[in-house]
Design a binder for this molecule. Structure first.
Ligand code: OAD
Ligand code: ZN
Length: 249
């Protein structure tokens, strides 16, 4: 029963000394941000894998930018949901040490999470393809593709595309936390995109507990010690409630 699993998860979390989290698009689904895979993962008739690549951008920067303008529009209007808030509370309690996310929506930070490692960059920034210019934005560009104010080259979203490396500082701090972790919460990710998908596997291999929350099975469900098949915005607040109840005893 889900109720027993919630309690089991809360107890495992309280037994851990260094809990981390890996999140994916599923944590933001309840904020109205579409996931990448599955039914609502398509934009016009394209898949993320056909648009989020350097080749697609070279071939057709306007098309790729139109997709990002659509996504930025959604993200800038979106608000954190109870899943983001529960994760921020777990950090506030001193239990969750750091959160590693594949999301580019910035909603964890808006919910109050402090230690957030963005593996795939952020839709809230753009950068120049040639001169190193970078800028925080709070609305999508009016004209696409936008040009760099410094050198006139194309600006691109400051995100990681398929075939590109994860920013070195993000990856090295993710690994520092991963190697310290004795438990990991894996929330709302299909866990099919490497190297992010290695993170729960490393924790597991080193003897740590894997607690997964997802509405359906993912590529790492088979290594999960506890799998809670429920929406993140439902399960996470319940786990936090049980934790609060256990520590106030
Ligand atoms: P996916 O779209 O691949 O997976 C979303 C996961 O969330 C699925 O496993 C769903 O079952 C689950 N899910 C959906 N709604 C949920 C809810 N309310 N509560 C809990 N789980 C829910 O997204 P990611 O795993 O984040 O990379 O995708 C990984 C990467 O692939 C992305 O960061 C992006 C993408 O292409 C790049 O662009 C480089
Ligand atoms: Zn430039």
């Amino acid at each position: 029963m889900v109720k027993d699993l919630i309690r089991e998860a809360a107890e495992a979390i309280l037994r851990s000394k260094y809990l981390i989290a890996l999140t994916g698009a599923g944590v933001s689904a309840e904020s109205g941000v579409p996931t990448f895979r599955g039914r609502d993962g398509l934009w016009r008739r394209f898949r993320a894998e056909e648009l989020a690549t350097p080749e697609a951008f070279r071939r057709n920067p306007k098309l790729v930018w139109e997709w990002y303008v659509w996504r930025m529009g959604i993200v800038f209007r979106a608000k954190p949901n109870p899943a983001h808030e529960a994760l921020a509370k777990l950090e506030g309690l001193g239990i969750l040490k750091c959160l590693i996310t594949q999301n580019v929506d910035g909603l964890h930070q808006l919910a109050g999470s402090k230690c957030v490692i963005e593996l795939h960059g952020s839709l809230r920034r753009v950068r120049c393809v040639s001169c190193g210019f970078r800028e925080v934005i709070n609305e999508p560009p009016k004209e696409v593709p936008p040009k760099c104010p410094k050198c006139g080259s194309l600006l691109r979203p400051d995100v990681v595309w398929f075939g590109e490396a994860i920013p070195e500082d993000a990856w090295s701090s993710a690994m520092e936390h991963t190697y310290r972790a004795d438990a990991i919460l894996v929330v709302g990710t299909s866990a099919v995109v490497a190297p992010a998908s290695y993170i729960p596997r490393i924790v597991k291999y080193r003897g740590g507990k894997v607690i997964e929350i997802n509405v359906s099975e993912s590529a790492i469900t088979y290594i999960a010690d506890i799998f809670i098949k429920e929406r993140a915005g439902e399960a996470l607040p319940k786990i936090v409630d049980v934790i609060n109840e256990l520590i106030s005893r």
